[in-house]
Design a protein around this ligand. Structure first.
Ligand code: NAP
Ligand code: MG
Length: 502
């Protein structure tokens, strides 16, 4: 394995030995096994284009093995019938192990996904730890209700029981964090699980699997299958033995998943999908803060965030001033290999993704939008990777693909607005509804906007904040079901009503 790193950078010996052990295997029923048909696929470092590891490609038969393992574990009750407190204590132990191995997991994440080490180490990893602890605490607090009914001789209560075997299918932009967003509540509620990371970024999930074993979760409670959407993801979704699928990814694949869930066993589905989030700067905002905030809202993670504030609306009187500030900020962003110190953003995750985004930029230029900053693939020492400069377009036409479609790259579409009615109409002129931002010092206007915008999360004078206690999810074609908070437990439990004749 050839691994080009920036000068003076040394990987931890644990990271190296993980990468040097040869083909990475699947975790099924507590064992690391090869795919039954022996297939593998490579995963790449997007900063250099170099392959990092060969990974087992799970086929339908492997999915079947994993479902059986998860089913046996569920039926055996070695997890679902533990007390919530006992499940919580294992989740907490896992959070401690994650903390102990944070440096190594952050390195793997940066190698596989490309984002800066500073971000994986001080953003993704502590967030994952916090999520595990939040749900470790909630595991023993999943309560039913007593229900007063119209019969005086009946006592009625509800239980919230786990779904059973749940499939967890996640994207590549926050590989470890997305795994934990789903595993933590699913496990807290007593389900057994099959996790499929994205084919671009399987490594941190595999290392997580080893830590899960080390903690001592009963075998079959967490199974990890690597492989692409087809066949691996699709086989999980169509399997008759899977009770629920929780998915994060594109709206297009979300549609397929709903359809295939319906055509198999009507398994439960929750979907966290794409977005094209409006971010609004009013003339009475704290402009320096708003400019920095709007910049980071779309360019952090190189725009590869479902909540990216990719449609920026600026109130006319401050339009020129804000635009100038934005362009200056964008030019200050340092793009580079995630291991280079002081880098702000890394590469796009794959060559495919780079060309998709470049396609939108070319199309934007041709369609009459004006490019104010960026728009180019970066060369020189970054030429082998998939690096793009932060790109700002201004436009007068909300119907452009640039303005309507999720680009998932460092590209923002900026326009001016004149009045409230126009703003609200245009902000909501999208099939998505994941998030929105608004910058103003007028608190009444801020709340009015929060009420008027059709989105699952609204940030006022800030952007992109997450916490395990705060529910997150979409309106409209951005999906349904809420991750995080107590609401996430609803995705992984079902209600049983018990009637007791007195
Ligand atoms: P994607 O293509 O939809 O893939 C997401 C996951 O689904 C991957 O693991 C993928 O496998 C798998 N998959 C693909 N086709 C499948 C099928 N037919 N059946 C079952 N699984 C299938 O999305 P992506 O390109 O990885 O990620 C970018 C998208 O995710 C963006 O649209 C973004 O907005 C969305 N996203 C949403 C959120 C949110 O919380 N709402 C968060 C992050 C990302 P492979 O990729 O391995 O083939
Ligand atoms: Mg994909």
């Amino acid at each position: 394995m050839k691994l080009s790193l920036p000068e003076d950078v040394q990987l931890l010996s644990t990271t190296r030995s993980f990468l040097e052990r040869g083909t990475q295997k699947l975790l099924i029923a507590g064992e690391w096994v090869e795919a039954l048909d022996g297939l593998t696929f490579p995963t790449y470092n997007p900063a250099t284009g170099e392959p990092l590891a060969e990974v087992a490609l799970a086929g339908e038969a492997d999915v079947d093995r994993a479902v059986q393992a998860a089913r046996s574990a569920f039926e055996a009750g070695s997890w679902s019938r533990l007390s919530g407190e006992e499940r919580g204590s294992l989740l907490w132990k896992l959070s401690d192990l994650l903390e102990d191995h944070a440096d190594e997991l952050a390195e793997l994440e940066t190698l596989d996904n490309g984002k800066p080490l500073r971000v994986t180490r001080h953003g993704d990893l502590p967030q994952a730890v916090k999520h595990l602890r939040y749900y470790a605490g909630l595991a023993g607090k999943i309560e039913g209700k007593t229900i007063p009914v119209s019969f005086s001789n009946q006592f009625v209560y509800t239980l919230r029981e786990p779904m059973g075997v749940v499939g967890l299918i996640i994207p590549w932009n926050f590989p470890l964090l997305m795994a934990i967003w789903k595993l933590a509540p699913a496990l807290a509620a007593g389900n057994t699980t099959i996790l499929k990371p994205a084919e671009e970024t399987p490594l941190s999930a595999l290392r997580l699997g080893e830590l899960i074993q080390q903690v001592g979760f009963p075998e079959g409670v967490v199974n990890i299958l690597t492989g692409p959407g087809l066949p691996t993801g699709a086989a999980i979704v169509s399997h008759m033995g899977v009770d629920k699928v929780a998915f994060t990814g594109s709206t297009e694949v979300g549609r397929q998943i709903m359809k295939n869930a319906a055509l198999s066993n009507l398994k439960r589905v929750s979907l966290e999908l794409g977005g094209k989030s409006p971010n609004v700067i009013f003339a009475d905002a704290d402009l320096p803060k708003a400019i920095k905030g709007a910049n980071w809202a779309v360019f952090s993670t190189a725009g590869q965030e479902c909540v990216a504030g990719s449609r920026l609306f600026i109130e006319r009187p401050v339009y020129d001033q804000v635009l100038e500030g934005l362009a200056a900020e964008a030019q200050r962003i340092r793009v580079g290999n995630g291991f280079t110190p002081k880098i702000h953003i890394g590469p796009l995750v794959s060559e495919n993704q780079l060309h998709r985004v470049l396609g939108y930029i070319e199309n934007g230029k041709k369609s009459g939008a004006q490019i104010i900053a960026g728009g180019e693939r970066l060369g020189d020492d970054l030429a082998a990777g998939y690096f793009l400069s932060p790109t700002i377009f201004t436009h007068q036409d909300d119907n452009l693909p640039l303005v309507q479609e999720e680009i998932f790259g460092p590209v923002v579409a900026v326009s001016a607005f004149e009045d409230w009615q126009e703003l609200v109409g245009r902000a909501n002129q999208t099939s998505y509804g994941l998030a929105a931002g608004v910058w103003t010092l007028d608190i009444r206007k801020a709340h009015r906007f929060a009420q008027a915008v059709r989105a699952g999360t609204v940030w006022i004078n800030g952007y992109g904040l997450f916490d395990p206690a705060a529910p997150f999810g979409g309106y409209k074609e951005s999906g349904f079901g809420r991750e995080m908070g107590q609401e996430a437990l609803e995705l992984y439990t079902q209600t049983k009503t018990v009637w007791v004749g007195l």
